[in-house]
Design a protein around this ligand. Structure first.
Ligand code: ZN
Length: 267
């Protein structure tokens, strides 16, 4: 009689090489309280199934294991990539909320106001964000199986380059760019969302908006000036300046104003 097939016999256990990673989840770096099977055990019940799979058992937290589920992953890289995406999706809304505050701002508030209910909960949000950031951007650690080293680090998705400036996280990019371009963090964040995460497109749009608001202000000031001088209705002056400027965006407001006066006022 043939021995009963035991799917467990096909798997090999991966272990962290460096002590700092003992008992940590390979996918997110949290405490590993379980083990994950690649491919999932439920999928390996038939002898000879998944001939090209690695059959590894990896240290995992139960959340990551659940997110990986019974998807038929055949390598630890494939599964790690899938689980990290799923983690990001799951926490996207929470993570977004924590983007608005920087640790420095919260620490300044605590220094000024002491520990109030508000500063305490803001600090909790910042702590949570850093913890979450660490998990969402974890890239794995060196493993060994049967004495041989096994490591294929994931690329860190945290790094981001905007117009040649490199930032180690999206949050740092957000706060630093908001400061550079003198705009509110909320404003830049909402533009980044409009452009599906494209920081460069968001900054370009912001610059365009800032340029337009400077032009609007110049038009209002110039219209007021012409109103004082020629006693024409301000509304009409604003509209005319604006439409002339649209036709000749290369001119300065003074040149536009002069054209208006020559064409319509001092005829
Ligand atoms: Zn995990």
């Amino acid at each position: 009689m043939a021995d009963e097939y035991n799917p467990l016999s096909r798997y090999q256990r991966l272990r962290a090489i460096d002590a700092e990673f003992y008992h940590r989840c390979y996918y997110c770096g949290d405490i590993a309280n379980t083990e994950d099977y690649i491919p999932p055990l439920a999928r390996a019940r038939t002898p000879g199934s998944y001939p090209n799979a690695q059959f590894f058992i990896s240290p995992s937290c139960s959340e990551c294991k659940t997110l990986g589920g019974i998807n038929p992953h055949v390598s630890i890289e494939q599964r790690a990539k899938y689980i990290r995406q799923a983690l990001k999706k799951k926490y996207a809304a929470t993570y977004k909320k924590t983007m608005l505050w920087s640790r420095e701002e919260v620490e300044t508030m605590i220094a000024d106001d002491g520990m109030t209910n508000i500063t305490r909960s803001l600090k909790a949000v910042i702590d949570m964000e850093e913890d979450l950031h660490g998990r969402l951007h974890f890239t794995g650690f060196p493993l060994e199986v049967n004495g041989s080293r096994y490591y294929n680090p994931a690329e860190s998705p945290g790094d981001i380059t905007v117009f040649g400036q490199r930032f180690s996280s999206r949050k740092l990019a957000l706060h630093s760019l908001a400061q550079q371009y003198s705009c509110k963090v909320e404003k830049l964040l909402s533009l980044v969302e409009d452009y599906k995460g494209d920081f460069e497109a968001a900054v370009q749009d912001l610059l365009k908006q800032q340029q337009q608001s400077i032009q609007q202000r110049q038009i209002r000031q110039q219209a007021e000036h012409l109103h004082q001088r020629y006693n024409q209705p301000t509304q009409w002056l604003q509209r005319s300046l604006s439409s002339l400027w649209q036709q000749h965006p290369e001119h300065s407001i003074e040149q536009i104003s002069q054209q208006l006066v020559e064409r319509y006022i001092n005829r």
